[in-house]
Structures are given as C-alpha cells and as structure tokens.
Design a protein around this ligand. Structure first.
Ligand SMILES: Nc1ncnc2c1ncn2[C@@H]1O[C@H](COP(=O)(O)OP(=O)(O)OP(=O)(O)O)[C@@H](O)[C@H]1O
Ligand SMILES: [Mg+2]
Length: 466
C-alpha cells in the first residue's frame, strides 16, 4: 500500500496499448499504478519502490517475463511480491512455466477488465492475509519464547526457593538439636553440681564423727588390751575367786570374750577404714569447681570412681562379681576439670557394668533353659582400665570390658542424646552424650569406641595434658 492507503501495482508490458488499457482499468478501480516497458527497467524500479503486486507480460524484448520473474524471486527483498503473468490464450506451456517459477496466477490476453480486477483483488487480499498471518506468527513465536524464558526463570526461582527452604530447615533442625543438647547438658550439669554439693556436704558431716570413732578405736583397743592383761594377772594370782565372780565368769564366757574382743575391734577398725576411704572418694569424686581447671592425678579420680562402684562389682546372690584390672602407666599431673572427668569415668564404667550384668543375666537364662552350664565356660566378667601418655601433650585412658559388645548401628548412635537400648526407666541415654561433651567440648579431647557384637567394648578417652 502507498502512503494514501492505496495499493500500488506495477504493470510490465512492451505494448503501449496494453499498458494504457490496464492502467486505466486499475486507476479507475482505485489503485496506484506504475508502468515499465521491459524487464530490466522493471527490476530497477521494483528495487527502488517495491509494489504490492506485479502484472508481468511474458513476451518482451530484452529479458523476457520468465527471466524477470526468476531474478525477482532470487532476490530476498523482492521474492515475496506476488506476480501475475499476462499471456496469450494459446501459450499453455507458458502458464505452467510461469506458475513453476513462483507466479501466483496468470491472466489471459485479450483482457476481461472484470477478471483482471477480480484476480488482482484476490491476490492483494491473499498477500495481506499472508502478511498478517506471518506477523501474527512472529508475534506468537516471540510470545512463546518469552513464556518459555519466564517459565524457565520461574522454575529456577522455585528450585532456588526449595533449596533455600531445605537449607533453612536443615539449619533450624541443627539449631534445635544443639539447643536440645545444650538444654539437657545444662539440666544435667545443674543436677550434678547440686548433687556434688550435697555429697560434699554429707561427706563432710559424716567425716567428723567417723574420724573420731576411727581415732578412738585404736585407743579403745589399747585400753581393752590393758584391761584383758590385768584380768589375766588377777586370775593368775587369785585362781579361786569368790563364787559370785566365778558365776559371772561362766555367765559371760570370759575366755571366749577375751579372745573375740580384739577380733571384733579389728573388724570395727576395718569398717571405719572403709568408711573413711569412701568419704575420701566421695569428696574427690564430687569436686565441683567448673570455673577453674586444676592440675590433678587422674589415677586418683579413676580409683575413687571404682570405690564408689564397688557395690556393683562385688559378688552377690545374683551375680558372680566383676574383676577390675588396672594397667596404669606413668601419667603426669593433668590440667583438667576433675569433677566432670570423674563423671565421664563413672558413665563409662557404669555402662560396662550394665553390659556385663546384662550378658551374665542372658547367660543365666540360657543355662536355665538348656540345663547346661554356659556361664562356667564363659570368661569371668572383666573390666580393664589402662592409661598411658600418647605424645608430648596427650594422655589416654582405655576402659575395656568383655561384655556383649555392640552392633554397628548402636555404635553409630552412641553419642546421640537420649539414645539408649536399656529398658524404660533404666537408662536415660544421656551418659555418653554428656561424656562426649565433657571430653571433646570442655577438654578439647577425643572420645571413641571400638566394639563388635560378642567382642566386648573399649572406650578411649584422650585429653591434652595442658
Ligand atoms: N560397654 C558397653 N557395652 C555395650 N553397649 C554399650 C556400652 N556402653 C554403652 N553401650 C550402649 O550405648 C547406649 C548409650 O549409652 P549411654 O550411657 O549414653 O546411655 P544409657 O547407659 O543407655 O543411659 P544412661 O547412661 O543415661 O543411664 C547404651 O544404651 C548401650 O546400648
Ligand atoms: Mg550410661
């Protein structure tokens, strides 16, 4: 279309008559018209101002209509302009050739004005529709591209968001876990510290009267020895005392009394010795001074813990007793928090005793079931504690038992708070998680476990000397 909105048509023909006739017809029908009298001029004109449609004569001097058509179709800027050939009735081959070359139609000479106009209009309409379709198509393609891009961006965004949510959830879960751990440890250390204070107080209160009994017992022993010696002298020098004394001597069985009294005193002495030892251990064990580190002998802590667990190691009606081997190396004094470290020893030793008791219980059950002595074949329940210096600044304490050991699954969860395999009410599942916190976090050390089912368990504590 030209600037005034009229469709611009180029007529190419070497016959002036034809040109005039066609021009008039088209101008009258409201078209803008240009003319060319040969192919070459036409091509030049078309490149300068492309028309909406070309009416092209076949037979022309110079390059003919077919060659003109071929050149126009070969040029990308003119190839889409519709071409209608004008040809004489007889030239059927021409019609086919023209269509093959890319023409949209043909008009047969001599012209019927109405037919020319009708064909021109149809092809102009077709061209407009094609153009609109092409434009719509391009727009659609653009839209699809934009949508695909938007969708990809959305998908990326969703993925990013999901990742973020995942990361945050993980962080939150981690924070929750840490909080829970901190909370448990806090509650536990509060409990331990007040328990420690109570134990220290009780130990102190018992210590004074027991020390006085313990001290006076040896004195009492000497007095009794003196009195018995005096009695001996009396009976030597007065072999026949008055009947009242003789009767009393028989009544109280003076000979037995004289023999038994020193033994009695001796056992009382042993008893108070033991009480003093336990009190000492209690005070040593419950040194609750979390503020400051102290330089201490760790063997003393281990020994105190064993003494406090003595009642569980001894042979009783239902258990055969647990033997404890100590293979202590030469440890230097270690700078540590003694109270919490003693708790670690206590937790690990108590676990070993639990494990040994449990396996013994199982053995007894098997024995009862089969009527064969399984227990007599099994080695004595044993705990072995060994200590050594591992390098210039580290010591290690190994606590080993010959109990039932653990599966890999149990081992992988050992240090999780609340993980326990013990029946409800027996274990809280906190012992090892707290021990881990004390050894690793509080002392910068390491706590590990080597075990296999049926092969016992060894817990290894490593801590820096300074
Ligand atoms: N020497 C061991 N032999 C076999 N299993 C052990 C041994 N020590 C620990 N375990 C296993 O590890 C689990 C966790 O021990 P942990 O001391 O943390 O908790 P617990 O003893 O069950 O309960 P708590 O100590 O709080 O009373 C135990 O339930 C037990 O299954
Ligand atoms: Mg435990």
């Amino acid at each position: 279309m030209d600037t005034q909105g009229k469709d611009f048509i180029l007529i190419v023909d070497d016959s002036a008559n034809n040109l005039e006739l066609l021009s008039d017809t088209l101008i009258n029908a409201g078209f803008e018209v240009a003319v060319a009298i040969d192919g070459e001029t036409a091509i030049e004109q078309i490149e300068y101002e492309p028309p909406a449609l070309i009416l092209l004569d076949v037979m022309m001097p110079g390059i003919d209509g077919f060659e003109t058509c071929r050149r126009l179709k070969a040029n990308p800027s003119t190839k889409d302009i519709p071409i209608i050939f004008m040809t004489a009735l007889a030239e059927t081959v021409h019609k086919v050739k023209g269509l093959d070359l890319g023409a949209v139609d043909y008009i047969i000479k001599p012209f019927q004005q109405e037919e020319v106009l009708a064909r021109v209009r149809v092809h102009l309409k077709l061209r407009t529709l094609t153009k609109t379709l092409e434009e719509q198509n391009t727009r659609l393609l653009e839209e699809i591209e934009q949508r695909t891009a938007a969708e990809a961006a959305l998908q990326q965004l969703t993925q990013d968001l999901e990742k973020q949510v995942e990361e945050r959830t993980a962080k939150l879960a981690e924070a929750m876990k840490n909080w829970q751990q901190a909370q448990t440890i806090l509650v536990h250390s509060e409990k331990m510290s007040s328990l420690g204070q109570m134990i220290t107080g009780v130990a102190h209160e018992i210590n004074n009267p027991v020390s006085s009994i313990h001290g006076n017992l040896s004195c009492a022993g000497e007095y009794i020895e003196d009195l018995l010696a005096l009695l001996q002298l009396y009976s030597q020098h007065y072999p026949n005392p008055v009947p009242e004394i003789q009767n009393k001597s028989q009544d109280i069985d003076i000979n037995f009394l004289a023999k038994d009294l020193p033994a009695l005193l001796n056992s009382m002495q042993l008893g108070t010795d033991r009480i003093c030892e336990i009190i000492n251990s209690l005070r040593n064990f419950s040194r609750v001074d979390p503020g400051a580190m102290m330089v201490v002998d760790l063997h003393q802590g281990l020994d105190s813990t064993i003494i406090l667990l003595q009642h569980r190691l001894k042979q009783t009606g239902k258990s055969s007793g647990i033997q404890v081997f100590k293979k202590y190396g030469k440890l230097p004094p270690v700078e540590c928090y003694p109270g919490p470290l003693n708790q670690v020893f206590m937790n690990i030793l108590a676990n070993a005793i639990d494990a040994l008791e449990e396996s013994e219980y199982r053995n007894q059950k098997v024995e009862a079931m089969n009527g064969i002595s399984v227990r007599s074949n099994s080695p004595t329940p044993t705990i072995c504690i060994h200590t050594e210096v591992t390098d210039t600044n580290h010591i290690m304490i190994g606590i080993l038992d010959n109990g039932p050991g653990m599966s890999e699954e149990v081992q992988s969860r050992l240090f999780e708070p609340f993980f326990t395999t013990k029946p409800f009410g027996k274990g809280t599942g906190l012992g090892l998680s707290i021990s881990y916190e004390i050894v690793v976090e509080k002392h910068g050390g390491m706590l590990s476990c080597i075990s296999a089912p049926g092969k016992g368990a060894e817990f290894i504590i490593e801590i820096p000397i300074r």
